[in-house]
Design a protein around this ligand. Structure first.
Ligand SMILES: NC(=O)c1ccc[n+]([C@@H]2O[C@H](COP(=O)([O-])OP(=O)(O)OC[C@H]3O[C@@H](n4cnc5c(N)ncnc54)[C@H](OP(=O)(O)O)[C@@H]3O)[C@@H](O)[C@H]2O)c1
Length: 354
């Protein structure tokens, strides 16, 4: 099988490329920059932008299947950037699949497409899309997911996966963020008693993509559907963060602020940044606070039934693997972007959904 992975150089994309190459598939990747780590895996790289329709068509040409993992992810930034990369870029991927006669498209979506800031406790995929979003990122991902699922048909089968809060070796988002703040003594979490969240270990999320590829054919059960992908072990935010910090050899977070104060603070800070036209990301955002102060955990029965998905790497095992990785690569908990995994990337203002 010739598989194209958009965003193959990213955190999740690299894990997907590793699994695909390990089982002998011919893998290519689409990113804006060349990444030696992918070359080392034997992945053919197309350096183009998702917004370049002809570039995307050229990259997808000759492929049997596409995993569309690339996206601009973040809790802050101009809506037009999210729209052009995540929505128009996805339209380009769908167009390229149709032109190239690709029969399978697996799209990496996000559970944030159903999160409007209220608690989500054990919900399944019947939960409706949110009608309002705390940031442009989830809004753009919701439009992109709907486009991908609407494109499902007799010739092109499509499926969307919604992995939640991905962590593990190579995480350029959460661990470096929490670790940097913890080292400066500035890690404070909102108090959220009784609220639990789902997360997923990176290799489990990657494996779900391969399972979806294998199960997907026109008219098959997953065709035209979305699936939550998690550890199926909801935890409190504090426990999750402390697990990551512990793996990095850092002490647990001890400081909390009332949730209401965090919400008011985030709204005020965002407003101030907008008024002052500050482009940098504020230290606190409404989306991050919404995620930190509500429950968002999901029923993954559908992924088990239709894809055969199981979170094979349990949380304790994942944390042990992360600790082993970090003891060999201590800089990975410090840098925003682990150099060994993505040597050509530079630290940027981008952050993941928090
Ligand atoms: N991380 C999470 O917790 C999480 C949770 C839910 C869903 N997701 C979804 O999972 C996917 C992967 O996330 P991740 O954490 O692995 O992200 P990441 O590490 O930031 O990787 C993003 C990838 O997209 C590529 N990319 C970004 N903008 C591009 C553009 N304009 N044109 C071409 N390529 C572009 C990047 O490569 P270049 O920089 O070289 O272009 C990189 O390969 C995304 O779709 C995200 O929405 C992530």
């Amino acid at each position: 099988m010739k598989v194209m992975v958009t965003g193959g150089s990213g955190f999740l994309g690299q894990a997907i490329c590793r699994l695909l190459t390990a089982r002998g598939e011919q893998v290519s990747a689409l990113n804006r920059r060349h990444h030696p780590a992918l070359a080392g895996l034997g992945v053919v790289q197309h350096t183009t932008d998702l917004r370049d329709r002809d570039g995307v068509r050229a990259a997808v040409s000759g492929c049997d299947a596409v995993v569309h993992c690339a996206a601009l992810a973040g809790v802050w930034g101009p809506a037009h950037a999210y729209r052009s990369i995540n929505v128009e870029g996805t339209a380009n991927v769908i167009d390229a699949c149709r032109r190239a006669g690709v029969t399978r498209l697996v799209h990496t979506s996000s559970p944030s497409v159903v999160h409007d800031g209220r608690d989500l406790e054990g919900v399944d995929e019947s939960a409706p899309y949110a009608r309002r979003f705390p940031a442009p990122y989830p809004a753009s991902k919701a439009i992109a997911e709907r486009m991908v699922l609407a494109a499902d048909g007799d010739r092109l089968a499509t499926v969307a996966l919604r992995p939640h809060l991905i962590w593990g070796p190579g995480d350029p988002h959460f661990l470096p963020h929490f670790a940097a703040r913890a080292r400066r003594g500035r890690l404070v979490l909102p108090r959220a008693p009784g609220k639990r969240i789902d997360t997923v270990y990176v290799d489990n999320a990657a494996e779900a993509h391969l399972l979806a590829l294998d199960a997907l054919t026109p008219g098959s059960p997953p065709a035209g559907r979305a699936y939550f992908i998690t550890q199926d072990e909801p935890v409190t935010l504090t426990d999750w963060v402390n697990g990551l910090l512990g793996a990095a050899g850092l002490p647990p977070v001890t400081r909390h602020v009332p949730a209401r104060l965090a919400r008011l603070g985030a709204a005020a800070v965002e407003h101030g940044y907008r008024l002052a036209r500050v482009r940098a990301q504020p230290p606190i955002t409404r989306m991050a606070v919404a995620q930190a102060t509500t429950s968002h955990w999901f029923d993954i029965s559908a992924a088990r039934r239709d894809l055969g998905y199981e979170p094979r790497v349990g949380t304790a095992e994942g944390l042990a693997r992360l600790a082993t990785h970090l003891s060999a690569n201590p800089d990975h908990a410090a840098a925003r972007t682990p150099e060994l995994l993505t040597p050509e990337r530079r630290p940027s203002a981008r952050t993941s959904e928090a």
